[in-house]
Design a protein around this ligand. Structure first.
Ligand code: MMA
Ligand code: CA
Length: 216
């Protein structure tokens, strides 16, 4: 006589119940996993937003001047934002510019800018060069963020944008001295034009800071 089969589920209501329980538990588990994932995504999105809004730069500059900017379809949401520059800074394109009338070495001038969440000016287009010279006093020279740290005539922008010699605005016969490893923009009355000149980095000069505009 064969032993009674216990493992088959045919006509066994107990076994059907276990199956149902198993499937229900599986679905519950999946639901839990999905909601856990959604929770994680929301958490990271939120912390990302907070990070964007709480840089030291944005905490330093408390008085802003803002313009409403309409965004294109690709930017949505949102479809409009406020783009701002700190009070006493000037807006051009997507950046803010500050003309310092204190004279310092190149290094101290860059420190002054980075303390404000900015860098010494990087010039990346003819339009930017032309904008800058319009807000400067022709009686002074102004440090920009260009230097040759090794004295090998390898020019570098301090804000890390690549140096492009075809977008440079050197005065005639400049740069002229490998001992002059920092760059100023100034007006030369001899040829009645603005341009760049390499100078000794420790020479005190005025300067220009630049930073990306602040979005609210
Ligand atoms: C001259 C000229 C420049 C140089 C400065 C240094 C006034 O301009 O030789 O190339 O950088 O002197 O003061
Ligand atoms: Ca020079």
């Amino acid at each position: 006589m064969p032993a009674p089969r216990e493992k088959t589920c045919l006509h066994n209501s107990n076994c059907g119940f276990s199956k149902l329980l198993f499937v229900s538990l599986l679905i519950l588990l999946q639901l839990l996993a999905v909601s856990f994932l959604i929770g994680i995504i929301i958490f990271f999105k939120k912390s990302q937003c907070l990070e964007e809004k709480e840089t030291t730069r944005d905490l330093i500059h408390t008085k802003l001047e803002c313009m409403e900017k309409k965004l294109t379809k690709e930017d949505t949401p949102p479809d409009r934002v406020w783009s701002c520059c700190p009070k006493n800074w000037k807006s051009f394109g997507s950046n803010c510019y500050f003309v310092s009338t204190e004279s310092k070495s190149w290094g101290e001038s860059e420190k002054n800018c980075s303390g404000m969440g900015a860098h010494l000016l990087g010039i990346n287009s003819k339009a930017e060069q032309e904008f800058i010279i319009k807000i400067l006093n022709p009686d002074f020279s102004y440090y920009v963020g260009l230097s040759d740290p090794e004295g090998q005539r390898h020019w570098q922008w301090v804000d890390q944008t690549p140096y492009n010699s075809s977008i440079s605005f050197w005065h005639p016969n400049e740069p002229n001295n490998p001992d002059e490893q920092c760059v100023t923009v100034n007006f030369r009355s001899a040829d009645q034009q603005w341009g760049w000149n390499d100078v000794h980095c420790d020479h005190p000069e005025r300067s220009v800071c630049k930073m990306m505009e602040i979005y609210l």
